[in-house]
Design a protein. Sequence first.
Length: 243
Amino acid sequence: MLRLGSAHSAITKTQRQRSEGIASVKRKNSYLGVAIQLLLAVSLAGAAGAQAPPTPSSAKEANTATPAGGADQHRAADVAGQAGYVIGPADVLAINIWKDTELSKTMPVRPDGNISLPLIGETRASGLTAAQLQDLIAQKLKGYVTNPEVNVVVQEVRSRTFNVMGKVTKPGSYDLTRPMTVLDAVALAGGFQDFAKITKVYVLRRGADGSQKILPFNYKRVIKGQALDENVQLQPGDTVVAP
């Protein structure tokens, strides 16, 4: 009986050890399976991130990025491209005479409003449109060139500027490449400094005869919707003064 009991006990112990061993293997297999799944998930996520297309926001930013100064150049080109644009001093002109590279020139309009070309010499440019200047140059060249074909392009608009002076944050000269009022000019110049006399602002404007006019601008009244006629549209050569 003792031997039978010992044998039974040994068998029971062996079965228990076998069960524990199987359970241990199952746990190890389970841990291994989880680890493999985690590694696979990480690998797939990394691959997806590397191949993912740009998000709509980043794509939009990339498409709307503009080089510094690009907007001003486009606005100047738009102004110069208008058929009725009147050439002024400091504007840069590209004058092309067909089949004659020696006569073709790129030059600024001088402060006196004239340009100088080979053969024809001094020619008035300021106050004319590109089409009018083309006709004038062609007419003068007829004595030297057979059937001259002339093309004039305003490459850079430099004559359409205005000034902001006095107690503003950023006084200086600005390009007038779009319609702009006195209020726009003040905003462009960064607003008023402390102690500026904002009810005593004025615009200096030179007339065609050389005379100067003073146009008052009361900032307080204008921003309240009063005296809106004082918020005049600026013209080339105007100077906004904030005392």
